[in-house]
Design a protein around this ligand. Sequence first.
Ligand SMILES: Cc1ncc(COP(=O)(O)O)c(C=O)c1O
Length: 337
Amino acid sequence: MRADFPRDRIFFHGNNKSEDELLAASAEGVGRIVVDNLDEITLLARVAAKREARTPVLLRVGPGVDAHTHAHLLTGAEDTKFGLDIASGAAEAGVRAVLERPKLELLGFHAHIGSQIRDIDPYREAVERLFVFAAEMRGKTGVVAREMSPGGGFGVRYTMDDPYTRPADMAREVARTMAEAARRHGFADPLPDLTIEPGRSIIAPAGVALYRVGSVKHGARTYVAVDGGMADNIRPTAYGAKYTAVLASRVSGDDVTDVAVAGKYCETGDILIQRIALPLPRVGEVIAVPASGAYQLSMASNYNMAPRPAVVVVADGHARLVRKRESYADVLAAEMG
Ligand SMILES: Cc1ncc(COP(=O)(O)O)c(C=O)c1O
């Protein structure tokens, strides 16, 4: 909202939205509340009662699709904390609960099945299940889904071994799949609006993390310790995410060595890259890690009371500081003791 993004295009997600958050979203005129569970429907109905206009909602459902990705990135399987799953009847109960609240307007269904998905099949399956469910709900309750969202999750290339998928191709394929399923299930006139939510595929390739080498230690392995780590990128520690890197100051050399790129935080698991061949880094040199634009700063912490890094936008030969490096005063700002 600070960036003046159009409010009506904001979708508010979350599996435990608070009453204050829902009130704020409602007051700001956020476009869609994507309701996750029955308790939220009760809460939102209370919030919606305070407004004249009806509150537009999508219901997040669990389609029971295994998106063949890391378990921590899987969000649309039958057993997941997100949404109401179709198979158990929970999603139907959600539809009925929304329809019982006149101030809530059920516009359609949402299913984000996970992240780092590289092929279209899990989307096909999810879309099919969304429409089977939508058709069933239309038959049982008369509600007609006017909007559908299969979420985001298009895979990103972090290392040279990762396949490259073009987000635009995935989006086109998802749209085709949607239109085809809509026609087959009698939702063609008019076709429901399709929303996709590609997060990382847009922002991850836009970011490069820069680390300065503070020590190079030889032993069982060569550990290159840098001035960041799990506090600015929790992904390798949290779920074994793999990254590549280059030595920014010398991208090639005849002293190429296998090294581990270690963070500076007080955890043995704080290793950004377990093994990578680089010209042997020297103290003071800079290591650049591409594909660092998503789920890094947004997941960053002040672990070990470390200030978080600055962000510089670079384009067309110009550099602009858009986020200041945190100071110790910033880190301590909320402390009262
Ligand atoms: C509901 C929803 N939509 C879209 C996304 C974006 O996923 P990705 O960044 O993998 O495209 C997420 C990620 O957490 C999400 O929770």
